[in-house]
Design a protein around this ligand. Structure first.
Ligand code: UTP
Ligand code: MG
Length: 510
């Protein structure tokens, strides 16, 4: 992550030169020594020492640096200094390590980079405000800001692997426990330095505390490493990654002995139409959708819908609305002040995309008014779950011939699902798209519900019901005591109904 340089960078000649890559004994370790308080003479001396021992020392800070070493500086001192003097923002997640010179001296005397222990990390000087935020970390995720990039990625990744493992075993309680702990840490405004700092945080006790402690002390958690190598976990990840395959189905297939995608063919499993498409396009769908691709999908959706309703209103929701740069699909909400204009719109859009050869799969779900009840958490909006053939940025929109030609390649790919993907030779990519149609009166609720994250939504609904006796879903908010729906035109109004401070989408990455 680069910032606009505040100061012109120092000339290369003023600092020791980098050791040629060929002479680095530890290519995975790239040091940067912070001159602040160390002084240039000592920095030059330490640089020469490290280079003689075969360490790669970078003269300038950049994204390739893995270990930042400083003397008599706090964590925030170093971040501020690098930003000011090197014109770079240091990412707050995972790399680089921000280390005290003690790690450097131990590494020099060992003749190799020693493992990073918690005692090596630069001290985080907590401001009074931060201390308050730690001890008063709210229990509900909808009460706190959760940005996309946070400070405790290693720990939250580990907790989320444990959560997924519990999910694959259909253990809801354990799944929720690990998810809630991870979510709490995502909202923490600093990097955890000691297990003591975690002891007052909601949901972080018991099993989660052991995981946190192990990672803080050893940089990894043995239980998580074991899970990652576990055959059941790996197979469930693979099978549930296929569009249309849920945990139950994957579990059944695992019990039947299926371990990979070829097994699905050889064992002649009965597949739904959704799963056939999911499997046919799995190589594409396993790749994340980039923001640039999502924007092109948005343009395609807009061009298509506007053919039928020129002033239709379309909003990209889901992870991209929360600021994510990649996603597993692209979600859209579609509305219009005149509800009649929306009638039949999805059918028309689907028909047109099909004639253009741009639709690889779709499933239309009709609106079920009966489901719009006070207590239902079900989403009954009219929805189109689709896989579109997104033309590559360099090819024109109308790629009818190309797509049809490539569909025969897909037939080949069903027969040999593991064969190399022909993406490089194609001019399109299969992308999952959800189109959701809402009447204007429900639009704000649908927008809130489809923006996510999933955990944020779950927490918002739990909070509404438990604390406010209000039943929230993506159609509306129902007051259980007054037996009436509470209308809202905007998300801000919904937060007001719930007595919550408004959180923009970028703070809902719980
Ligand atoms: P997604 O599954 O698309 O998640 O659902 P996401 O946050 O966009 O993540 P990626 O980037 O695609 O992986 C988006 C939101 O829509 C809601 C979910 O609860 C989530 O908050 N949703 C999804 C529904 O309300 N109903 C559905 O049928 C599907
Ligand atoms: Mg999404």
């Amino acid at each position: 992550m680069s910032c606009v340089p505040i100061k012109k960078r120092k000339k290369e000649a003023a600092v020791p030169s980098n050791l040629p890559a060929s002479e680095c004994l530890f290519p995975d370790v790239r040091l940067f020594l912070v001159e602040r308080r160390m002084g240039s003479a000592r920095r030059n001396f330490l640089t020469s020492l490290a280079q003689r021992k075969g360490f790669c020392v970078m003269s300038l800070y950049s994204d390739v640096v893995t270990h930042v070493v400083a003397e008599q500086n706090s964590h925030s001192d170093v971040l501020a200094w690098i930003e000011k003097h090197e014109g770079q923002c240091v990412p707050s997640v995972n790399v680089p390590h921000l280390l005290d010179v003690s790690w450097f001296t131990e590494s020099m005397s060992s003749g190799r980079p020693v493992n990073v222990e918690p005692r090596h990390n630069l001290k985080v000087v907590l401001s009074a405000a931060t201390e308050v935020r730690c001890s008063q970390m709210p229990t509900y995720a909808c009460h706190r800001r959760t940005p996309l990039n946070h400070h405790n990625q290693t720990i939250t990744n580990a907790l989320e692997i444990l959560a997924r493992s519990a999910f694959f075993q259909e253990s809801d309680v354990r799944y929720l426990g690990f998810t809630r702990a991870a979510s709490t840490l995502k909202a923490l405004p600093y990097k955890l330095q000691s297990v003591n700092q975690a002891k007052d945080l909601p949901w972080c006790g018991g099993h989660c505390m052991i995981v946190i402690q192990e990672i803080l002390e050893h940089g990894m958690c043995r239980e998580v490493e074991v899970i990652k190598n576990n055959e059941h976990y790996q197979t469930m990840e693979l099978l549930t990654g296929i569009y249309g395959v849920g945990v139950r189905t994957a579990q059944r297939w695992f019990k039947e002995g299926i371990r990979n995608l070829s097994d699905l063919k050889t064992m002649e499993c009965k597949l739904t139409a959704e799963q056939v498409s999911g499997l046919r396009h799995c190589k594409d769908l396993q790749q994340q959708v980039t923001l640039e691709e999502a924007e092109r999908v948005g343009q395609l959706v807009k061009d298509t819908l506007q053919r039928f309703v020129p002033d239709v209103h379309i909003t990209m929701t889901g992870g991209f609305r929360r600021g994510k740069e990649v996603g597993h699909d692209v979600d859209f909400l579609i509305t219009h002040p005149n509800e009649n204009a929306l009638s039949g719109l999805l059918e028309d859009a689907v028909g047109w995309l099909e004639t253009q050869g741009l639709l690889l799969y779709h499933h239309l779900k009709k609106r079920k008014p009966a489901l719009r009840s006070a207590s239902s958490s079900m989403d009954s909006h009219e929805t189109c779950y689709a896989i579109v053939a997104l033309p590559s940025s360099s090819s024109p929109w109308n790629t009818d011939i190309e797509v049809k030609k490539c569909n025969s390649e897909d037939a080949e790919r069903i027969a040999h699902p593991e064969s190399p993907n022909s993406l490089n030779s194609r001019t399109w990519k299969a992308v999952r798209v959800d189109l959701v149609v809402t009447p204007q009166a429900e639009h704000a609720y649908a927008l809130l519900g489809w923006t996510g994250s999933k955990h944020f939504e779950r927490e918002l609904r739990r909070y509404s019901l438990r604390e406010k006796k209000l039943s929230l879903n993506s159609h509306g908010l129902y007051d259980l005591e007054k037996s009436c729906f509470l209308p809202a035109q905007t998300e801000e109004e919904i937060f007001l109904h719930l007595g919550l401070q408004y959180l923009p989408p970028s703070d809902r990455n719980a």
